[in-house]
Design a protein around this ligand. Structure first.
Ligand code: COA
Ligand code: AMP
Length: 654
């Protein structure tokens, strides 16, 4: 266990001070970051409901992530390790090398005309060019918008239309254990589907892919460039000083409707808040190594593969592989051993996958894990069984932390770098600095300890959280601030115990967490409804032993399509894969005679979710036809167990 607690002192005192005197607390914390002009004002509330942190500060986050470390003598220290079992390579970049790579990539973008405030969409696999390009955008004051590679062309197109980028950065594709995912045809299709005209696409050619630049170069009005060639002619670019309130990135996340929400993060608040978390929550600083086994397409990747560890002057591992199958369930332990990892961060699903493949955790013994101090997990609820199993196998504390794309860093955690707190199974930990957590009833009353309700955060939110949604202040207010005056609504329900520990029970809306990936039931419903046979449908999340949740669709066919009932489910599965992407991991479709609705036509989703999970579902008095519920319950739990597509799923998918 680490003996140093540089973030300093008593958790409760620090948390109290952050709420009592936020201006002082955050201005002092801002001292960890390299500023061109240090902020004198903490929070500008004149723009409420959209207040801004550090309104008079000026900086470029990449100086804190890169240049500063070189200037302070850490130029030769390893900044980034790309560990890629799928290509059989390991590459290391020192801070000096990474700074140079980022500056050259920034120069390449600048030569295409990218400058402060311009947007650049990144559709990249887990290769070093992904973090390099993110930092290169930030260096120019441009705004990156990373799209996860498991999303299909139409999802990419929706994000292109929202972010309106001048440039798209991509590569030949990503490597999944069972196949190569070709990105270039998807990008070409997305550019066709999008209304926004992209000027330039820069593509990194990787070996072993069927489609190269030659296949797409003529398509559309866009100019296609070869990354390697364009980079070779680029001049390194210096960091551009921007306002702390300038946007650093847009990251789209799933809401309840099909339209993704463009969460915005700013340069100054992100630098300050993430720097604090690296010391206080993750206990990672110079000379220490963090392996965050997520993807740069998710918020965990943005915060704890890229910005956090580099702000801290630590070494970050970018892992292009899976927890199992590349080549086996010992992949994480091999990397801990080889790279002397001190902090490992992953999702509970990954641990369940490892457990399934190696129930006795035999592979742990193959490696020297003495460097490992903590295992951090987030993204979905950590079930106590998995927590116990992995804790015993590794012999290190297993630290849950709860947050969301919107907040960018943990709302609740265990501040092991500050003052480790006793771990309580089932709890996501204690509220972190700047977060004033309240549990509210549906009518907005604050509930007492032990009572479950909506988890809300008293405003203002701390630095590094979302100041707004991209180009849509009103949607930000409506989505998060309108339900309860003075509070941000998280969309999760839970309770606080009498020692202030938070227990997160699950979403109150139709946001799904499938294998730690956030997806929208509404978006999947939209895709299902595209099938011409579908009159109406409902998509709900069902419990899944491995992935936490999986999406299940219940569809009512249009009159005249009865004969197609056998084949329609399979076609719907293919349609969702094509429209949303493989990441939806969608395969459960059941044709039903009717869906449960109120007399006014509102779908009774909650009742369906309760039924699907085998919970007691009180029959709402407003239901139009109660017998529909019996039919669905029969399909869900009373079938013959055949899990072929077309039947309601009665078994967890294998
Ligand atoms: N690009 C393209 N396709 C992708 C992809 C990517 N980046 N990531 C996943 N997919 C595909 C998979 O290949 C799979 O395709 P298939 O239907 O052809 O098999 C599909 O999307 C579903 O993927 P997934 O749900 O991840 O299932 P899996 O069986 O491939 O892997 C786990 C299961 C548990 C190993 C995997 O989900 C995992 O590592 N989960 C942890 C997630 C995580 O770290 N989340 C970050 C939040 S902190
Ligand atoms: P994302 O925006 O993808 O990070 O997803 C955020 C959502 O995932 C949260 O609102 C929760 O529903 C869920 N989540 C994330 N971390 C946890 C956790 N540690 N425990 C329980 N749920 C979590």
């Amino acid at each position: 266990m680490s003996q140093h607690h540089p973030a300093g002192g008593d958790y409760r005192a620090v948390h109290d001070r952050s709420l009592r005197d936020p201006a002082h607390f955050w201005l002092e914390t801002a001292g960890r970051v390299a500023w061109e002009e240090s902020p004198r004002q903490a929070l500008d509330v004149s723009t409420t409901p959209l207040p801004r942190w550090f309104p008079d500060g000026r900086l470029n986050i990449t100086r804190s992530c890169l240049d500063r470390h070189v200037a302070e003598g850490r130029g030769e220290q390893t900044a980034l390790i790309h560990d890629s079992p799928v290509t059989g390579t390991v590459r290391r970049f020192s801070y000096a090398e990474l700074t140079d790579e980022v500056a050259r990539c920034a120069g390449m973008l600048a030569a295409l005309g990218v400058g402060r405030g311009d947007r650049v969409v990144l559709y990249l696999p887990m290769i070093p060019e992904a973090p390099i390009a993110m930092l290169a955008c930030a260096r120019l004051g441009a705004v990156h918008s990373v799209v996860f590679g498991g999303f299909a062309a139409s999802e990419l197109a929706a994000r292109i239309d929202d972010a309106a980028p001048s440039v798209v950065l991509t590569a030949s594709g990503g490597i999944e254990p069972s196949r190569r995912v070709e990105y270039l045809p998807a990008v070409a299709e997305a550019l066709e589907l999008a209304e926004h005209p992209v000027a330039d696409v820069v593509a990194l050619e990787r070996e072993g892919f069927a489609h190269g630049l030659v296949d797409v170069a003529g398509s559309g009005r866009v100019r296609w460039h070869d990354w390697t060639r364009l980079l070779a002619g680029a001049e390194p670019a210096e960091a551009v000083t921007v306002a702390a309130t300038d946007p650093l990135y847009i990251l789209h996340t799933s809401g309840t409707t099909g339209r993704p929400k463009g969460v915005v993060r700013d340069q100054g608040g992100t630098a300050v808040a993430l720097s604090w978390t690296m010391e206080a929550i993750y206990d990672v600083g110079p000379g220490r190594t963090m392996l965050t086994a997520s993807d740069v397409g998710w918020v965990v990747g943005h915060s704890y593969i890229v910005y956090g560890p580099l702000l801290a002057g630590a070494t970050t591992v970018l892992y292009e592989g899976k927890p199992v199958g590349t080549p086996d369930a010992g992949a994480f332990w091999r990397m801990v051993d080889e790279h002397r990892v001190t902090a490992l961060f992953t999702a509970p699903t990954a641990l369940r996958a490892i457990r399934k493949a190696d129930p006795e955790a035999a592979r742990v013994a193959d490696h020297d894990l003495s460097s490992l101090e903590h295992l951090f997990v987030a993204g979905e609820r950590l079930d106590p069984e998995t927590q116990r199993w992995i804790g015993e196998a590794l012999g290190v504390p297993v630290i849950d932390n709860w947050w969301q794309t919107e907040t960018g860093w943990p709302i609740a955690a265990n501040p092991v770098g500050l003052e480790p707190q006793p771990i309580r199974e089932g709890s996501a930990g204690l509220p972190m600095v700047g977060y004033d957590v309240a549990i509210l009833s549906p009518t907005g009353e604050e509930l007492a300890a032990g009572e479950e309700g909506e988890i809300a955060l008293r405003l203002p939110l701390p630095p590094g959280t979302l100041p707004t949604l991209w180009g849509d202040d009103q949607r930000f207010v409506d989505s998060y601030l309108a339900a309860h005056e003075g509070f941000y609504t998280t969309g999760d329900s839970g309770f606080l115990d009498d020692e202030g520990r938070l227990f997160v029970m699950g979403r109150t809306d139709d946001v799904l967490s499938i294998a730690g990936h956030r997806l929208s039931a509404g978006a999947i419903e939209g895709a299902v409804s595209e099938h011409p046979a579908v009159a109406e449908c409902a998509v709900i999340g069902r419990g899944d032993e491995l992935k936490g949740q999986r999406a299940a669709a219940y569809v009512v066919l249009k009159a005249g399509w009865e004969d197609a009932a056998e084949r329609v489910p399979e076609e719907i599965v293919a349609l969702v894969r094509r429209l949303i992407g493989p990441v939806a991991a969608f395969r459960d479709v059941a044709v039903v005679p009717a869906l449960p609705k109120t007399r006014s036509g509102k779908m009774l989703r909650r009742t369906m979710r309760q039924l699907a999970d085998g919970r007691e579902a009180p029959v709402p008095s407003t239901i139009e036809d109660p017998s529909v519920l019996d039919q669905i319950a029969e399909l869900l739990h009373g079938g013959d167990g055949d899990d072929a597509v077309g039947e309601a799923e009665v078994r967890p998918s294998s």
